[in-house]
Design a protein around this ligand. Structure first.
Ligand code: OSB
Ligand code: MG
Length: 374
């Protein structure tokens, strides 16, 4: 395995970015995106950027910005510092971090920066590190729960006009099959799917079966965030493929869920599964049609990492990686990520991350930072 370069320093920055259009899911509203931007430098002056994409509140998963910061500074960075005394690769990193259970987002943010640094220091595009083979990736958009149906229809039209290839709408009890019917009636056979963020239980099987008539691409995480068994019981009684998001934290979870029949599709969020190494493993294990790339409203840094991941050939289902302008007035990278009018994102070809960090913008959004020399 390829060794990472000798590290010189790491800087963590907690950033707060106002979201242009507040995002409502069954677990709450996001108005400000919090993230920890990770910058790692090597001894030759190369820089790798990564993003800890977790949320500020423990409602999507138990991790938060504060827990990630704590785990990174108290456990992950000290172990990385020990490793850095000799050459190390991804396997030795995973061994060094193995005693730290869970906290996948905290690990994933640092791991992402290491891959970007490896790309930069070897004068390669990050896509080459992630096994990219495509020049452009198909993409979709995730639309939150709106105040009424008219607002939802307007919002969907807005994104279809921009070219997005697939619409994901958030659902919750009371905002589900009747609303999906209205969307189908209005937009015909667009690529459509729903995401419940764990808002249902097996008692709601009747409502969930109603959704079968709308030929949805999938229903994402209908039941509990920590469940596999009930999703299996649900999938047995549903025609629509179940997709798991919150329930999957590593390649083994993904294998269990797929082989057991709890779902037919995995939403890969690299942060949620402990980084890009694991994300790629899940993609390889399950293949085209059974995986796609989700999102956590990433800033441009996390967004670009996800673009490169999706340039791998397993990713044929359009992801939740929308253009920067769908989330932020000003992104922290230049150029920002943009979607063309056929719903594709061009994969950048430059070295490393393939975009510049907009330092002024990054500083403006930074609420606190910590610099550690190795
Ligand atoms: O469940 O996929 C989800 C955003 C934050 C937390 C959870 C989810 C989402 C999204 C938006 O659906 C994906 C994106 O546009 O980045
Ligand atoms: Mg989801």
């Amino acid at each position: 395995m390829t060794a990472f370069p000798k590290l010189k320093s790491i800087t963590l920055r907690e950033v707060h970015l106002p979201i242009v259009h507040p995002f409502r899911t069954s677990f709450g509203v996001e108005e400000i995106k919090h993230a920890i931007i990770v910058e790692i430098r090597d001894e030759d002056g190369n820089t790798g950027w990564g993003e800890t994409t977790v949320m500020n509140v423990p409602s999507y998963c138990y991790e938060t910005i504060d827990t990630a910061w704590s785990i990174q500074t108290k456990f992950l960075i000290p172990r990385l510092s020990q490793l850095n005394k000799d050459q190390f690769d991804i396997d030795s990193l995973f061994s060094a971090w193995a005693p730290v259970r869970g906290h996948e987002f905290a690990k994933g943010g640092i791991e992402a920066a290491l891959w970007a640094l490896l790309a930069e220091s070897t004068s390669k595009n990050l896509g080459a590190i992630y096994g990219a083979s495509k020049q452009k990736i198909p993409t979709g958009v995730s639309i939150g729960i709106q105040k009424d149906v008219a607002a939802l229809l307007e919002r969907i039209q807005f994104f279809l006009d921009q070219g997005y290839q697939r619409i994901k709408m958030k659902i919750e009890p009371g905002w589900d099959h009747e609303i999906v019917k209205r969307v189908r009636d209005e937009f015909g056979d667009i690529k459509l799917m729903v995401d419940a963020n764990s808002a249902y239980s097996l008692d709601d099987i009747g409502v969930l079966q109603q959704l079968d008539q709308y030929e949805l691409m999938m229903i994402e995480q209908p039941l509990a965030y920590n469940d596999i068994l009930m999703h299996k019981q649900l999938q047995d009684q549903l025609e629509t493929p179940v997709c798991l998001d919150e329930s999957i934290h590593n390649p083994r979870d993904a294998k269990l869920a797929i082989e057991y029949g709890a779902c037919r599709i995995i939403n890969i969020k690299p942060g949620r599964v402990g980084g890009y190494h694991n994300a790629i493993q899940i993609a390889k294990d399950n293949g085209q049609g059974a995986v796609w790339c989700g999102g956590m409203l990433e800033t441009g840094i996390g967004r670009l990492h996800n673009v490169y991941l999706q340039a791998r050939d397993e990713f044929i289902i359009p992801g939740d990686t929308s253009g920067s302008d769908r989330y932020y007035e000003k992104d922290i990278i230049t150029p920002a990520v943009s979607v063309d009018d056929e719903g594709y994102i061009q994969v950048p070809t430059g070295n490393g991350l393939g975009a510049e960090i907009n330092a002024e913008q990054l500083n403006e959004y930074t609420a606190g930072s910590l610099h550690i020399d190795f």
